[in-house]
Write a protein that binds this ligand. Structure first.
Ligand code: NAP
Length: 267
């Protein structure tokens, strides 16, 4: 959909999106902002760093805010490594100080630090996967929940790998499976005032998935494994997240929407 043609479903709303200075998180922040939300973007890095060796531009909080503001979006940026308790608290406190409330939380951060099979994955890696991919969402919502009133909503970002963990990213997939259960459990706990839903993206060419999607053979295999014959886009994920977060989905909670072009997931 052309970005000029999207609606205004988040007017007067305040949305926090974690890990939102690039990739899927940035597109979600952009979509919610274009639809009228005041958005709070965050990630680990405040300033812009060129990593010359890799010739990669690591986008960051300041740049993301500038990009959003250039599109007429009301936005602030706060550094938040999701596994840092002080930074999580600061993210919530600064949002409430600035905007007085929180209507939407999108918990998007994840790590995939290893391609080892599960039985060869180091304990430190298992801990990191649990900390960032699962525990941080819970702890962030513990801080955010007191500020979330009737009509608010949460969207967790899982993965199609949560349904069928692939060998090369099996433990990552298992943490994403955990988010499917977390969605059900939190929906029961936070309802009826706050809805909790989840999206399970297929493959989207971002830095995170670059090691897969930049390989022509792998990319083709993935495309062939979809019904729609293509990878997903960050805008596809943003559109699905915006739907679940807004009042159009006001009778939907505890659900996961697979956004994977028809890749095998579940019945
Ligand atoms: P991405 O393009 O690599 O973006 C990652 C973002 O997260 C950046 O803004 C990064 O900024 C930030 N970040 C990384 N670690 C963080 C941390 N510990 N705390 C806070 N911010 C952090 O990644 P993506 O592909 O959009 O992935 C977003 C989500 O989608 C993840 O949950 C991932 O599991 C899920 N997903 C992705 C795909 C895919 O194919 N891309 C498929 C299924 C699910 P800084 O470097 O400044 O921190």
């Amino acid at each position: 959909m052309e970005k000029t043609k999207i609606g205004k479903r988040f007017e007067g709303k305040v949305a926090i999106v974690t890990a939102s200075t690039q990739g899927i998180g940035f597109s979600i922040a952009e979509r919610l902002g274009l639809e009228g939300a005041s958005v709070v973007v965050s990630s680990r890095k405040q300033v812009c760093l060129f990593v010359c060796l890799l010739l990669m531009l690591y986008k960051n909080v300041d740049e993301a805010v500038e990009n959003l503001k250039a599109k007429g979006i009301e936005a602030i940026g706060i550094v938040c490594h999701v596994s840092n308790a002080q930074q999580r608290k600061n993210l919530i406190d600064k949002t409430v100080q600035k905007y007085g409330k929180i209507d939407v939380v999108v918990s998007n951060a994840a790590a995939n630090p290893s391609v080892d099979v599960i039985l060869e994955t180091k304990e430190s890696v298992l801990d990191k996967l649990w900390d960032i991919n699962v525990k941080a969402s819970i702890l962030l919502l513990q801080d955010a929940a007191p500020h979330m009133k009737k009509g608010s909503s949460v969207v967790l970002i899982s993965s199609v790998a949560g349904y069928q963990p692939h060998k090369s990213m099996a433990m990552y997939g298992v943490t994403k499976t955990a988010l499917l259960g977390l969605t059900k459990a939190l929906a029961a706990e936070m309802g009826p005032d706050t809805r909790v839903n989840c999206i399970a993206p297929g493959f989207v060419p971002t830095n995170f998935a670059n090691f897969i999607t930049s390989n022509d053979d792998l990319r083709k295999t993935i495309e062939d494994n979809t019904v729609l014959n293509r990878l997903g886009t960050t805008d596809d994920m943003a559109a699905a997240t915006a739907f679940l977060a807004c009042d159009d989905a006001s009778y939907i909670t505890g659900e996961t929407l697979v956004v994977a072009g028809g890749m095998p997931s579940r019945l």
